[in-house]
Write a protein that binds this ligand. Structure first.
Ligand SMILES: [Zn+2]
Length: 387
């Protein structure tokens, strides 16, 4: 056992444990929490907190589980600010700009990629994110994809092989040959460093993969021991969501264009619907209808999709504010989706909630309540708390 720490002066504690506090967020007012060896060992009212080796008083601030950002693309080089500007003046988004990031990423050194990744992970942590999933997908050769998942593994256990992000320019018009590469030597090179496999399933994009190709990719990944997640229904009501549910994927991500059958499949299956409203903000597109998903009792996660093209925000608080303002979620639903929802999308029970035995991953707000995340958009209230 290391030194134990009691965190006191918590004005409002979000535990996400209805058995610990009240409401769906499991709220405890005037709370304390004891941490030992990186784990929570006690949670409850301040007045009955046990002694510990150290004491940290947060002065009435709100504390919540650190955000779980279950969808991010952080291994890349280059900048697409000009593409963003063009989009804001009318050029539609179709995923084609990814090729420019691929070229810059292939040309970058390991240390350049490592430095960019570290900068973004630190940026996230400074905004309250304590778990992040990181995808490959800007290398698209055997060596470049293997390098990306290896670098990602240096910063997180939640690493995703996304060789099937887009068809690279050298395979234009030869999707089947590229899928053979992805499911053959590329998968073999990436699987040792990856927990997950993902595919951009989008028949409406000339750069992405249709349902048949996506199925081949996902089944190959599963056979190699990886668990599944899918970029699904971002640009059209394609087959991605139903494929994700059918194959038992942990998460179907985007869910922007959904049919009633898609919603029914998500409600009946075990796949989390991850919404990424920063993408719709940054591509000036219609938002997903998160209210419809919640009303159908689908488990919803909220993530950034931080990437250099369609959404270059690393801020979970910004996504919480968008979810409330633009997708009909209550502040409590948005905070739960950004913490417990993200954990569900990564099939983790040790993060996204605060109870005896969970990781002591804490976010503290310079505010008295979680509601301020949506009430004060754009204000840097949240940070990870080191204990
Ligand atoms: Zn993505």
């Amino acid at each position: 056992m290391g030194l134990s720490t009691v965190v006191t002066g918590i004005g409002e504690l979000v535990t996400n444990e209805p058995a610990v506090g009240y409401g769906p967020l499991g709220l405890v007012q005037d709370a304390a929490l004891v941490v030992d060896d990186g784990r929570v060992v006690w949670v409850g009212p301040s007045a009955s907190a046990p002694d510990a080796d150290r004491r940290v008083d947060v002065g009435g601030r709100a504390v919540l589980p650190g955000f779980v950002d279950s969808h991010a693309h952080l291994v890349f080089a280059g900048d697409r600010a000009a593409e963003f500007e063009a989009r804001m003046t009318g050029t539609p988004y179709d995923g084609g700009g990814i090729a420019s990031t691929v070229a810059a990423t292939r040309a970058a050194s390991d240390d350049e990629l490592r430095a960019g990744l570290a900068r973004l992970v630190a940026e996230m942590r400074a905004q309250g994110t304590t778990t992040v999933e990181v995808k490959s997908g800007y290398g698209l050769t055997v060596d470049d994809e293997a390098r990306a998942v290896r670098l990602a593994r240096e910063v997180t256990p939640e690493t995703t092989f996304l060789g099937a992000h887009v068809v690279p320019p050298e395979y234009a018009g030869r999707v089947d040959a590229y899928v053979d590469l992805v499911t053959g030597p590329m998968l073999a090179a990436c699987a040792p460093s990856a927990r997950w496999i993902d595919v951009f399933c989008e028949p409406a994009s000339p750069h992405a993969f249709d349902g048949d190709a996506a199925r081949v990719v996902l089944e190959a990944g599963r056979a190699a021991g990886l668990d599944l997640r899918v970029h699904a229904n971002q640009l059209s009501a394609g087959p991605g969501v139903r494929l994700a549910v059918e194959l038992g994927a942990a998460s179907a991500d985007h869910c922007t264009h959904l049919t009633d059958a898609d919603v029914d499949a998500l409600a009946a299956g075990g796949t989390v619907a991850t919404v990424l409203p920063g993408v719709e903000f940054s591509t000036r597109s219609p938002y997903p209808d998160a209210r419809r998903l919640l009303d159908a009792d689908v488990t919803v996660a909220l993530a950034t999709d931080c990437n250099p093209g369609s959404c270059f925000t690393s801020s979970m608080p910004f996504c919480v504010a968008l979810a409330v303002r633009e997708m009909g979620m209550t502040p409590a639903e948005a905070v739960r989706a950004a913490t417990a929802g993200g954990a569900a999308a990564l099939r983790r029970t040790d993060v996204g909630r605060l109870a005896v035995g969970t990781r002591a991953d804490l976010a503290v707000l310079d505010a008295p309540s979680y509601r301020h995340l949506a009430y004060r958009p754009g204000v840097p209230l949240a940070r990870a708390l080191d204990v």
